[in-house]
Design a protein around this ligand. Structure first.
Ligand code: NAP
Length: 212
């Protein structure tokens, strides 16, 4: 088996779509399920990939990193793409986030929250009105550049959202986007674009110009 740059745990819709997109973008990527035995591809992936991405339901991801897996990172980067807000049981206490809980459990890793605000079925749709879709990235500063690079390789516009505590708002954002997608019949074809406003003068009541 050759070493991959990114190892994705979870071969469901998100894991499979991300593995396909990253591979197509030229990033050597390995994919495995969380059900593998210790001698399996999961073990190989955990040992040999530079970046590991969790594409599992939040309770499964937490269960995984709460054991030896959480301690085996050696300071490598763990990307948490989970969205606990879609789980039936409330597992995240109010005021906290799945990202922070995963980061605390996976203390052998540098945990970065990312990829949770983009839809598996639309990873190729990375533009809104010609501008790249924003992907917030939260976590330790030293781990973020590599995650920025992955997001950019897929065509997204990575945005520094601060420390892992920003997972709270990022996970809420994913739920809000899903709700809006449903309301407008978008079937997940929804993204956000965050950027600096243009400083064009704005007319006020047709009486000349003023800034907004
Ligand atoms: N789908 C999206 O558009 C999207 C976007 C952003 C983030 N996410 C997040 O990504 C994560 C995965 O979502 P998904 O849509 O890919 O879900 P999914 O299609 O249901 O896939 C879930 C994966 O988790 C595995 N799994 C489930 N229960 C398990 C267990 N008890 N033990 C071991 N493995 C188990 C499944 O394995 P089996 O197939 O063997 O059951 C499957 O590989 C979630 O946290 C979700 O919120 C999803």
């Amino acid at each position: 088996m050759t070493a991959a740059a990114v190892g994705i745990i979870g071969a469901g819709r998100m894991g499979t779509a991300l593995a396909r997109a990253l591979t197509a973008a030229g990033v050597p990527t390995a994919l495995c399920t969380a059900r593998d035995s210790p001698e399996s591809t999961l073990d190989h992936l955990l040992r040999h990939t530079r970046i590991v991405l969790l594409a599992l339901p939040f309770p499964v991801a937490l269960g995984l990193v709460s054991g030896p897996v959480g301690r085996c990172g050696g300071g490598r980067t763990l990307i948490d793409a989970t969205n606990p807000g879609f789980c039936r049981d409330r597992m995240v206490p109010p005021g906290l986030s799945g990202g922070e809980i995963i980061a605390a459990a996976a203390n052998g890793w540098r945990t970065v929250k990312a990829f949770n605000t983009v839809a598996a079925d639309h990873l190729a749709a990375t533009r809104i009105g010609g501008s790249r879709v924003t992907m917030p990235v939260a976590g330790p500063a030293e781990a973020k550049p590599a995650v920025f690079e992955l997001a950019a390789r897929l065509g997204f516009d990575p945005l520094d959202a601060g420390g892992i505590e920003s997972s709270r708002e990022m996970e809420d954002l994913a739920v809000l986007m899903a709700r809006i997608s449903t309301a407008y019949g978008l079937h997940g074809r929804i993204g956000i674009r965050i950027g600096e406003l243009d400083h064009a003068p704005v007319a006020v009541n047709g009486q000349g110009a003023a800034t907004a």
